[in-house]
Design a protein around this ligand. Structure first.
Ligand code: F6P
Length: 341
């Protein structure tokens, strides 16, 4: 399919697109992804007119204040998951429990609206989805995902979508779709997303951690000393999407004792890791300060060795971690600094 190809009707548009990448794709996976895209279209429409500051007066299970639009996005996604009849269970950052969706085929974890703290400033925000084969999310790794995607609500609405190798029966792939709101359909705007091994663009999240994480501070100084270009909005979706679309860069969110990890594995980190790795990049779990030295002092072991985010087991619904995503060489540089003992 060429980058400009348009599917013929709202019901078959995604099937037409995805068959080019995975000829024998499971129709239930297409339906699940189609339900996700439909929900994202609805959220995108709502964002044009919604009050970005209206507080719902509640907080989620993690104590984060909820906005009306967070709850709206959460609701519309759960409704689409149920309507698809292809989703067994789903859980969201707002409702972090495996909820029965009444269907069979796939399980979905999602962050309905990432970037609530920047939405009133009218920055780009997004939704993140991980789709796992079968029933259940707990005890799974990101590598077991069938697909993942993130919608970016900016001046335009895009959907970056990855299919795992278990679906393509070959290498994983990542592509980018563009929403045409007037026609209520999406077209392929980039047939293949790829991240080059090196590219001097950085997005240093949780930067306050540099005050008590010497390795992160040294890495930050390296990026500045090497004249990297800063591209950081404070929204993980647009910040990682930048690397996917520009084809280069590195994103990090490193925890420290005074600035602990807040990114969630199931709803944010694992789905984005699949997208980045499907685009030829790497993901890695960010270590605590001095982790390598501590592991060496304790007689070695794997604890401080670099680990792909895709290999972290979700042994609960609230696993949190620090991450780095980016080109192969950029993540190797991250590892060199962060795992130094
Ligand atoms: O989900 C948390 C989040 O909003 C991410 O989207 C973003 O990358 C991060 O927090 C920003 O954290 P900080 O402002 O500490 O860099």
């Amino acid at each position: 399919m060429t980058a400009a190809a348009v599917a013929t009707s709202p019901t078959d548009w995604l099937d037409t697109i995805l068959k080019d990448y995975a000829p024998d794709i499971d129709p239930k996976l297409v339906k699940t992804l189609s339900a996700i895209a439909t929900a994202c279209e609805g959220i995108s429409r709502h964002l044009w007119t919604a009050d970005g500051e209206a507080k719902a007066g509640s907080s989620n299970a993690y104590g984060d204040d909820q906005l009306d639009i967070d709850l709206y996005a959460d609701h519309i996604i759960f409704e689409e998951m149920k309507a698809s009849k292809c989703v067994a269970v789903a859980a969201s950052e707002e409702k972090p429990q495996e909820l029965e969706m009444g269907g069979e085929g796939y399980s979905v974890a999602f962050d309905p609206l990432d970037g609530s703290s920047i939405i009133d400033a009218n920055f780009a925000v997004g939704s993140i989805f991980g789709v796992w084969h079968g029933r259940g999310l707990q005890g799974r790794t990101g590598r077991e995902q069938a697909a993942s995607c993130m919608a970016v609500y900016g001046p335009r609405t895009h959907l970056a979508l990855a299919l795992a190798g278990s679906v393509t029966r070959g290498a994983p792939v990542a592509m980018d779709l563009l929403l045409h709101p007037e026609k209520r359909l999406w077209t392929v705007s980039k047939a293949k997303l790829t991240i080059a091994p090196a590219g001097k663009v950085f997005a240093p999240g949780n930067l306050r951690a540099t005050s008590d994480h010497p390795q992160y501070k040294a890495l930050f100084d390296h990026w500045v000393g090497q004249r990297y270009t800063l591209r950081y909005t404070g929204g993980m979706v647009p910040d990682v999407y930048y690397s996917l679309v520009k084809g280069k860069g590195v994103f990090a969110n490193v925890p420290s004792p005074s600035a602990p990890a807040k990114l969630r594995l199931l709803y944010e980190c694992a789905p984005i890791a699949l997208l980045v790795e499907a685009a030829g990049g790497r993901s890695v779990v960010a270590p605590a300060p001095g982790a390598a030295a501590a592991a060496a002092a304790a007689g070695g072991g794997g604890a401080a060795a670099p680990q792909s985010v895709l290999d972290v087991v979700a042994d609960g619904m609230d696993v949190r971690l620090g991450v780095c995503y980016g080109g192969v060489d950029e993540v190797a540089t991250f590892n060199r600094f962060m795992f130094a003992s």
